[in-house]
Structures are given as C-alpha cells and as structure tokens.
Design a protein around this ligand. Structure first.
Ligand SMILES: *[C@@H]1O[C@H](CO)[C@@H](O)[C@H](O)[C@H]1NC(C)=O
Ligand SMILES: *[C@@H]1O[C@H](CO)[C@@H](O)[C@H](O)[C@H]1NC(C)=O
Ligand SMILES: *[C@@H]1O[C@H](CO)[C@@H](O)[C@H](O)[C@H]1NC(C)=O
Length: 558
C-alpha cells in the first residue's frame, strides 16, 4: 500500500501526525510527527506487502520461506453504492478474499468476516490463512472472508483524495458497506446463498475495525449474529495522551525512568535560548526550526511499542533496541572522536562546548535519533524539509498515492486521537510541548475546505461515542483487549470503564502481556502458540461455537 512514490522528501513531513489505531500494518499509527518512524514502517510494510501478495497470486508457486504450498486466495469484487444515504447511482468495486477450505454446506453454515479497517486488505491475508479467520472457519465449518474497507487498497471509489472526494469516507458509509455486503454477496464457487440473515455471520475486527465490529452488532443486529471487537477503540477522544502513559507504565522500569528523565531535561533546556541550539545540534537537528517538530521526532521510537507481536516473524523488536541504546555505556570511541566533549564518570554528565552539561542518557538518546532517524533524511535535503511540519505545501498532494490522507481524514472528522502530553502531575515519556493543537494542525493543512465538504475545526467524536463508548455491550458481542495495548484506554477495558463479567454470551477478556489485537495473529498449529495466545484462541472457538448453537433461521415475513 505504501509505495516508494510516497517517500519523496516532501512527504516525510506530510506523513506526520497521522495516527491510526492499527500499526501492525503501518501506516500510520503513531505518535505525532513520527515522520521517519513511519517512513521506516512504510518501508517495512512495502516489503511485507510484496511478500504477502506474491504467494497469493494465481499459479505463484511456493512461499519463498516455506515448503508448505501456499493457499490461493484470489481477489473478488463486490459492487457497492458510493453513497448509501442518497439515490446516487455511483458505485465502486469493493475487494474481498475468501477461504473455503473448511466450508461444509449446511443450512446453518456461518460466515466469518474480517473487516480490513484502515489499510489494504492485502495486509490482512495472513489472518485468512493462519490467523483468526482461518481458526474460526476451521472450528465452525464456515467460510472466511477478508473485506477491504472503502478507499483502502484497491477499493477506491474516487479519482483523488481531495477534501471533497473524501466525503464518503466515514463510519456510517463504511458500516453500511459491510451490511450491504452481508445481505447481498454471492460467493464465487459456492452455490448456496450464504447471505445474512439467512446464515449466521460473525464479524471480526481489530483496532479501528474492532470498533466497527462492535458498532455493526449494535447498528445491524439482524445481520450480525455475533461480533468480536479486538482492541476495538469504541471510545473516540480528542486527546490521546493515555497511549504514551500505557507505554510508560508497561515498559521496562529503567527504560521508562530514562525517558522521563530525558524528556524532562530536554524540555527545560529548550526554554533556555543559549543552550537550546546546542541541544538540538547534539541530535543533528539544529536546523529544525520549531521545537514542537524536534520533540515530536524524539517521540517517534514510542511507535515501536505498538508494533510488537508475539509472533517473532511479524513483530518488531525496535522498542527493546531503543531502550538498550538509551542505557548503553558511553562508547569511548564516539567520545574520543569529539575532543570537545568530556564525561564525568561520577556525575554521569557530559560537558558539551558552550557550557551545556547533559546526562549520559540524553547523549545516548541523541545518538540513537541521529543514527536511526536523522540519517534517513537524504543528503542535500534540509532537516526542516524532512521533519518540519509547518509548511502547508507539503500536504497538498491529493493524488491516490497519498494514502496517508485516508486515516488522517478519519481522525480529523470523527476519531480525534491527537497525541498530547499527559496532564501536569503525570510523569511523561514525551515532551510537554506536544499538544492537541500541534497534532491537530495537520487537519487544517491537509484538508482545506472543499465545495461539498468542510472538515470541522475539531472532529465530531460523538458520532463514535454515541454508539456505546466504553459501555458498548450486546449479547454475542465479545470484547478482547491486550493488557499493555497503548490503545486499551480507548476500549471498554480502559481504566475509566466499568469492570464487567466475562460470560459466554458477553465475553470480556484481556490477554495478559498482550499489545495490539494479539488474537488476530495465529499459527496453523495452535499448540505451538504462546500459552496465553492458544488460550484466547480456544476460548474464542468455544464462545463462537456456543453462539452458533443458538442460531435460528429468521422467520419469513409474508
Ligand atoms: C430517494 O428516492 C426516493 C423515491 O424517489 C425518495 O422518496 C427519497 O426521498 C430519495 N432519498 C434521497 C436521500 O434522496
Ligand atoms: C478530484 O476528482 C474530482 C472528481 O473526479 C474532480 O472533479 C476534481 O477536479 C479532482 N481534483 C483534483 C485536484 O484532482
Ligand atoms: C456529531 O455527530 C452526531 C452523531 O452523528 C450528530 O448527531 C451531531 O449533530 C454531530 N455534531 C455536529 C456538531 O455536527
């Protein structure tokens, strides 16, 4: 989905501030201004995309790393109205993939559908092959489906991503797509009519799509027999400081302490003009004009937390590497190259030219940022061009390549989640200079008023929260979250939300040590999964099986 076209220098800045609850793919989650983190993630994603798509092409032989023949999941298309709430005849093709390996024709055969959310459906194909869709389809003899979300991947209904062209990208239209699909799709190669409500549909989503899963059960109870909201962010919020606070509390205590100390120190020094420049210079960022952009870039490595997955073949170890870099002993060779810096072993402080004394950990932080982020800024391009976010012209690419605009539009209109520092009194691993205003300015820069649509000054988060917020509940709606998921504060498992009983009819489960929708990933052999993942999968099989036992075909209306 991310293409290298996007990586023109200009877009480094324009990628900033895009924050999406789902990062396993990547695009976009992230602390504000994770420009380069995203750049890197985009690169990784691109690798993954091409990796994932190849084995699924027709006649494509075998997965390069595996001797097991890969399944063939060709793409299919379903015709959707562009606007479900008008009589316009404009339609578009919505892409989907099916897994029929385990399907047994029966009057009560289920369909397990996974909402692709805010990224290309291609990124979800592993969940059709060995992840949660395969697991539930196998257990129930049902058909598994990945349904690509409108505007993402190739399910793009418009010719560009201007403000006006994006006006059909919202929760209401997307939920209506899913409902219309469930009620009308005729799966290729399957003779039976499996549409809802004539067959039981189980709707699964992770992250943003997890909120959608919960919403679908509320909005379309006759079509959605059961739903599973994994890391489902049913609470939209303007502020998202709790995201960083989860990381602070869950990370290795030494690492958290290092971060709190570093950013506290940096915030103080930034307010002392003669020292401010020396500090930014240490990070290789003296030419970066705005201190908000500077501290925003420093928050980029926090994004690695969310990219963790229990399966080492897909998870990131970036966060641990970052922590290790902060606490490593001072490299003598690094120091001796720069004779102007001296180190007091007793005080653990370095003396920089110009009279700035900095803690060792800040020095390490600076080296890490220089090596891993600043170095990605191409030669001959200024750090302002790479990491600055104040030049409006960097946001003006409205072509279909500018896919960062999609989730950005959704947060600007309905979801919020602007990354800001916690309130005073709560320790912080990110700078106090990170504010809602700073993160939200992208909305004005990227989406000037159109002729047909105007992005509101602040997103209308009540459009989400009115559907249940922390309290969303229904029979056969499962709520599954990760204990240390930075998005947990926006789910029904938030500390602010009431505790609930966990029942088969209303499952309410936390995966110990889990990060972001950990249950979505799976291995073909469940017993080879870590115990807490195998456990949640077995529990999911159990409650879905129980739900399906309750299913009755709807009475025909005459
Ligand atoms: C759609 O068409 C019907 C019948 O012509 C009309 O009653 C209805 O108001 C129209 N709806 C919209 C949203 O324009
Ligand atoms: C975007 O697409 C619309 C509809 O196709 C078109 O009218 C408009 O001129 C396009 N705008 C830009 C900037 O490409
Ligand atoms: C926000 O969304 C809600 C729910 O869709 C709607 O009732 C309300 O009018 C919207 N508020 C504004 C200011 O548009």
């Amino acid at each position: 989905m991310w293409s290298f076209v996007v990586l023109a220098v200009v877009s480094l800045a324009s990628l900033s501030a895009t924050a999406s609850p789902d990062t396993t793919s990547f695009r976009a989650f992230g602390p504000q201004g994770v420009n380069l983190w995203k750049l890197k993630a985009a690169r990784e994603q691109r690798t993954k995309d091409s990796f994932a798509s190849k084995p699924f092409e027709k006649n494509s032989g075998q997965h390069p790393l595996s001797t097991v023949p890969e399944p063939d999941f060709p793409e299919h298309w379903f015709t959707q109205p562009l606007d479900h709430f008008s009589n316009s005849s404009h339609t578009f093709g919505q892409r989907y993939w099916i897994n029929t390996r385990h399907y047994k024709p029966r009057a009560d055969a289920p369909v397990i559908v996974l909402d692709g959310g805010e990224t290309s459906g291609v990124n979800r194909l592993p969940f059709l092959d060995t992840g949660i869709v395969e697991i539930l389809a196998k257990a129930t003899g049902g058909v598994g489906v990945i349904l690509e979300h409108r505007y993402t991947g190739e399910s793009v209904p418009v010719e560009n991503f201007t403000t006006d062209s994006l006006r059909w990208l919202n929760n209401e239209q997307s939920a209506a797509d899913s409902a219309y699909f469930m009620a009308n799709v005729q799966f290729p190669g399957i003779d039976e009519d499996l549409t809802a409500p004539g067959h039981p549909w189980i709707y699964y989503g992770g992250s943003y799509a997890g909120a959608r899963a919960a919403h679908m059960r509320i909005l379309y109870p006759d079509l959605v027999w059961g739903a599973i909201a994994s890391s489902g962010v049913t609470h939209a919020d303007i502020e998202n400081w709790r995201y960083m606070d989860i990381i602070r509390r869950a990370a290795d205590p030494e690492c958290s302490a290092n971060l709190v100390q570093s950013v506290g120190f940096i915030d103080v020094v930034l307010s002392i003009p003669p020292l401010r420049v020396a500090l930014k210079q240490l990070f290789g960022l003296s030419e970066l004009e705005h201190d908000e952009d500077f501290v925003s870039l420093l928050s980029s490595p926090m994004g690695y937390w969310q990219a963790k997955v229990w399966d080492p073949s897909v998870g990131s170890t970036g966060f641990e590497e970052f922590c290790a870099a902060l606490s490593k002993p001072l490299g003598q060779d690094a120091l001796s190259q720069d004779e102007t810096i001296s180190y007091g072993a007793e005080t653990q402080m370095l003396a920089l030219p110009g009279g700035l004394n900095i803690p060792k950990v800040v020095y390490n932080y600076a080296q890490y940022i220089k090596e891993n982020f600043v170095s990605l800024c191409p030669d001959g391009v200024s750090v302002e061009e790479c990491f600055g976010t104040y030049d409006d012209s960097t946001y003006q690419d409205t072509s279909l390549d500018a896919t960062w605009r999609l989730w950005q539009f959704q947060i600007c209109t309905q979801w919020g989640y602007f990354f800001n520092a916690p309130p005073p009194g709560t320790p912080s691993i990110v700078s106090r200079r990170l504010t809602v205003e700073y993160d939200a300015k992208t909305c004005r820069q990227a989406f000037p008023p159109g002729k047909q649509f105007i992005v509101p000054p602040m997103p209308n988060i009540s459009a989400v929260n009115i559907l249940g917020d922390y309290y969303i509940a229904a029979d056969r709606l499962a709520i599954i979250d990760g204990e240390v998921d930075p998005w947990r504060p926006d789910t029904p498992h938030a500390d602010e939300a009431p505790l609930r009983a966990d029942t088969v009819l209303r499952p309410f489960k936390v995966i110990p040590g889990g990060v972001h929708h950990y249950d979505e990933y799976g291995l073909r052999d469940l017993s080879a999964e870590p115990p807490e993942i195998e456990k949640i999968h077995l529990e999911m099989i159990e409650f879905v099986t129980e739900w399906l036992k309750e299913w009755q075909p709807p009475k025909r209306k005459n």
